[in-house]
Design a protein around this ligand. Structure first.
Ligand code: NAD
Ligand code: UDX
Length: 468
């Protein structure tokens, strides 16, 4: 048997991972035809928009690649059966959110979308097909995938010549830097037990990634490494956020502490920025999944250790919200508050698990008037995220697409996302627009305290000791 030369790829799931990942593969491998399929027709239509600024995901550098490769060797469609049928390799890149009901609700990952598309693969694949788990999934999911493929391929019309192998190839991209991360990854991880399939996938990456960066492991190590990487990254944020609270009451400055500890090469400077708590679709869900797995495998102590990372994160968001209320004399009824940033981090239009959602909802419940600005998140997404609270208080919040008009007569500004344009705010202009007394709350540490100290407003910053 020889290593298969992959010519045709199908990716199931046109989301934040499927879209950018396949775009970068298409760009680097012009000889491979890639089709991305999704159940969501609206999303596929947006990916196919003539106007490339309308694609459903904002990522720096993505539009340029899409312009180049779309309809050359990258195609977006809802036609699942044919796309699977024609593929030598199928990537499963669908959502795996936290289960909301049944056993493990609130902790375990819901793999029903992975299971549904595995059944589709079993049904429509022809010949030898390599199935690649790109989604983040619980350890040992590959076992379920293999079983489903084996049993369901009985319904496949071409079952005689049909065979499967399963690989795990977790994705480590971060939103906002997805293209950079994909083009120059720290490593590519491939888990599997079939050498020829591993080599076939490896050959795709070798088109632009150097060989020493591609590491191979068994399936379970690969699945577990993804959950562990996210848990370790999130743990650093919870650690620094916990110390930010201590800085605020002791007179220390979290940035000085960050620098001092980060210069120890064993610790390093990265991922030590204090903030309003981590958001995004991955950290919370993946740690909860890890804690569930630990419980399941009889390791309650390990489970409660990791649970603390999520608890501190929730507490950080809550303590910042409570501090805002306290500073505004315990009362925000009818006060006007400008919210700067709704995305969970800069350079993305993604709002999943954004701390802004919790903070805005609570402020609305307290009776505040909010003007919400974000350079990339649109009003309808904010409407969805604020849900019932937003509906019930619809006349108490508005969307602003003009930063300069966001501050008019406000009693407070809360910076929640570290967008570049918020780093360049003209505070002289802002202070003239605000009511008096007023507050600026910087939860991202992007404003220089020196620069704002002489203006008319009060200033609070996460992890800054003179907040006492
Ligand atoms: P997403 O919600 O943006 O996209 C998933 C897409 O899959 C959706 O468009 C959905 O309609 C589609 N889908 C679901 N079931 C389908 C089916 N049966 N057939 C066809 N389409 C189907 O999710 P995402 O952020 O791209 O994440 C995908 C996976 O990658 C998750 O497991 C996530 O944990 C993991 N991951 C995400 C990131 C990230 O930064 N977002 C990074 C690394 C890994
Ligand atoms: C994360 C992982 O970084 C990535 O490897 C994985 O594939 C998916 O999950 P993502 O959630 O997209 O990526 O972004 P990330 O940069 O990790 O930020 C997550 C959250 O942590 C954001 O809310 C961000 O603002 C926050 N964060 C990050 C901090 O508060 N401080 C930091 O120092 C870094």
């Amino acid at each position: 048997m020889a290593v298969k030369n992959i010519q045709s790829v199908c990716c199931i799931g046109a989301g934040y991972v499927g879209g950018p990942t396949m775009a970068v593969i298409a760009d680097n491998c012009p000889n491979i035809n890639i089709t991305i399929v999704d159940l969501n027709k609206e999303r596929i239509d947006l990916w196919n928009s003539d106007d490339v600024t309308k694609i459903p995901i904002f990522e720096p550098g993505l539009q340029k690649i899409i312009k180049k490769v779309r309809n050359r060797n990258l195609f977006f469609t809802t036609e699942i059966a044919n796309s699977i049928k024609n593929a030598d390799m199928v990537f499963i890149s669908v959502n795996t959110p936290t289960k909301t009901k049944g056993i493990g609700a609130g902790r375990a990952s819901d793999i029903s979308w992975v299971e549904a598309c595995t059944r589709q693969v079993a049904r429509y694949a022809t010949g030898e097909t390599i199935v690649v788990e790109k989604s983040t999934i619980p350890v040992r999911t590959a076992e379920a995938v293999k079983t489903i493929l084996k049993n369901n391929s009985k319904k496949n019309p071409s079952k005689e010549g049909c065979s499967f192998s399963v690989l795990s190839n977790p994705e480590f991209l971060a939103e906002g830097t997805a293209i950079k991360d994909l083009q120059n990854p720290d490593r590519i991880l491939i888990g599997g037990d079939d050498e020829l399939s591993i080599q076939a996938l490896k050959n795709i990456y070798l088109n632009w990634v150097s060989e020493e960066k591609v590491i191979t492991t068994n399936l379970w190590s690969s699945e577990l490494s993804k959950l562990t990487a996210n848990a370790f990254l999130a743990q650093r944020i919870s650690s620094i956020n916990s110390i930010s609270a201590l800085c605020e009451v002791t007179g220390a400055d979290i940035n000085e502490v960050k620098k001092a500890i980060g210069l120890d090469t064993r610790i390093g400077q990265k991922f030590l920025n204090a903030g309003p708590g981590f958001g995004g679709s991955c950290f919370k869900k993946d740690i909860l999944n890890l804690t569930y797995l630990c419980q399941h495998f009889g390791l309650p102590e390990v489970s409660s250790y990791w649970e603390q990372v999520v608890s501190i994160n929730d507490w950080q968001t809550y303590r910042i919200y409570k501090m805002v209320i306290n500073k505004l004399f315990g009362n925000v009824t009818n006060k006007k508050i400008a919210i700067l940033g709704f995305a969970f981090k800069a350079d993305t239009n993604d709002t999943r698990e954004s701390p802004a959602i919790f903070i805005c909802k609570e402020l609305l419940v307290e009776g505040a008037f909010l003007t919400i600005h974000d350079p990339k998140v649109n009003e309808s997404q904010i409407d969805i995220d604020l849900g019932e609270v937003g509906q019930e208080n619809r006349s108490n919040w508005s969307y602003s697409d003009d930063l300069l008009k966001t501050y008019d007569n406000c009693d407070a500004i809360i910076i929640l996302t570290e967008w570049e344009e918020y780093k360049k705010i003209n505070w002289d202009f802002v202070s003239n627009k605000m009511n008096s007394p007023s507050w600026v709350f910087d939860t991202r540490k992007i404003v220089s305290p020196e620069e704002v100290k002489n203006y008319d407003f009060n200033f609070w910053q996460v992890g800054l000791g003179n907040n006492i």
